[in-house]
Design a protein around this ligand. Structure first.
Ligand code: FAD
Length: 404
């Protein structure tokens, strides 16, 4: 019993508070929020929000009244330490909040570029609303952007910048875009589509310095000796999980806050969820840290269920999406370790899916503009079923029959 204190009011933090109340939890809930906004959705920051003109309210999960009605105390501020013996969280303001259970939903922060001039105002990142807002506001006055990193966020931003009329160069150290996350077939498709849109993609290169004059960015130098002019640099080189609060409290951390299959840390009164959590996964083997809305919200629901008497190991089915220009990529499952890729549909028709197998086992499906295949993949996973590579490749095979 006792109050639940949640550190971090992002996707996971918001959801665990909402799910606790939904499940009838009646004690105090405090959601510690170090951003000066009501809890909001992050994915549009590099997509619809930066493209459009809707205000910050368009991103909020719920209006202020929701928190008031649900008696979820939104506490503005930062948690700076955990007193485990005294079961209290200390805030930067000096306030101490006693907890019965503590949930760490601290997410991740931008990995910063360690290059000369990387701290100039025209070098931007995209993790939080304030960063997206700042970028949206300066874009109309910019003509040439160099995007560092061809991951999801870098490419989503690059596509939007191009639509808005900027000259766009994308730098990527790996030999293909989104290399860690998707198959070569899907990388190839997106490289071609972005190039058709007029984006220059440079693979196998690194930025070595940012050039500036009078404090304004003038360009980026590359590891191959080239120099690209630019008046804006956007960095998307990944994130670092926020593990320090846990580590300083003596909780085990590695590439994330270490939790078991119930999402509990080594201290049974403290759980960790979402981007910051390195969780044991009986389904996938070993431990995983994922960065997705699905992962954060399903973690949140699992912990809320446990705290209201329904103790079950976490067994979510991963899925993800990315919107780049006119193309929608959707992924179901975890494809790590695949040894065979079967295409359904034709990339030339701008609609196809890559079914990833390890032996006969379907690990996951990457769909490009084929929402039906994606939904199929999610339902198939939930049923713990599979289809053969031959069936996957055969468009006359009715996917629905596999769900019957
Ligand atoms: P977050 O949402 O990052 O929330 C953590 C919060 O904790 C932050 O507000 C942080 O400031 C706060 N915090 C940290 N430390 C403290 C402290 N000590 N005290 C108080 N507060 C603290 N996922 C998808 O599935 N699909 C997408 O298309 C997609 N697009 C994305 C686009 C962008 C631009 C970004 C940045 C992410 C995107 N993601 C997407 C990833 C997804 O948003 C994250 O996986 C998700 O937000 C993780 O939720 P979380 O609650 O773990 O962390």
């Amino acid at each position: 019993g006792g109050p639940v204190i949640i550190v971090g009011a992002g996707h996971g933090g918001y959801q665990v508070a909402a799910s606790l109340r939904q499940a009838g939890f009646s004690e105090r809930i405090c959601l510690i929020n170090d951003e000066a906004h009501l809890p909001y959705q992050r994915p549009p920051l590099s997509k619809a929000y930066i493209k459009g003109s809707a205000g910050p309210e368009s991103l909020m999960f719920r209006p202020e009244k929701f928190y008031h009605d649900q008696k979820i105390e939104l506490i503005a501020g930062r948690a700076v330490s955990i007193d485990r013996a005294g079961r209290k969280v200390l805030l930067a303001s000096g306030e101490a909040l006693p907890y019965g259970h503590l949930i760490l939903a601290t997410g991740a922060r931008n990995r910063l570029l360690d290059l000369p001039n990387a701290n100039l105002p025209d070098v931007k990142y995209l993790r939080i609303l304030d960063e997206s807002e700042a970028l949206r506001q300066i874009m109309p006055s910019k003509t040439r952007v160099v995007v560092i990193g061809a991951g999801f966020i870098g490419l989503e931003f690059a596509a939007t910048a191009r639509i808005k009329g900027l000259e766009v160069d994308v730098l990527e150290l790996a030999p293909r875009v989104m290399a860690r996350a998707v198959t070569a077939e899907v990388s190839e498709y997106f490289q071609q589509r972005h190039r058709e849109a007029g984006i220059r993609i440079h693979l196998g290169v690194q930025a070595t310095s940012i050039e500036a004059a009078d404090g304004k960015v003038t360009g980026v130098s590359l590891s191959d000796g080239r120099h690209l002019p630019a008046d804006l640099v956007v960095v998307g080189v990944g994130v670092l999980p926020n593990i320090e609060l846990a580590a300083e409290a003596g909780l085990p951390v590695a590439a994330g806050i270490i939790v078991d299959e119930y999402l509990a840390t080594s201290d049974p009164d403290i759980s960790a969820i979402g981007d910051c959590a390195l969780f044991a996964s009986p389904r996938f083997g070993g431990s995983l840290r994922l960065e997705s809305v699905q992962n954060a919200t399903d973690h949140a629901r699992c912990v809320a269920a446990r705290l209201t008497g329904d103790r079950k190991p976490y067994d979510g089915h991963p899925w993800f999406w990315s919107d780049q220009g006119d193309d929608k990529l959707q992924m179901a499952g975890l494809t790590t370790g695949y040894d065979r890729v079967v295409l359904r549909g034709d990339p030339a028709n701008k609609a196809f899916s890559a079914f990833c197998y390890k032996g006969d086992k379907l690990l996951g499906i990457e769909s490009v503009n084929r929402a039906g295949d994606h939904m199929f993949g999610r339902r198939l996973q939930a049923m713990d079923r599979s289809i053969t590579p031959e069936q996957a490749a055969d468009e006359s095979f009715d996917l629905k029959s596999a769900l019957a």
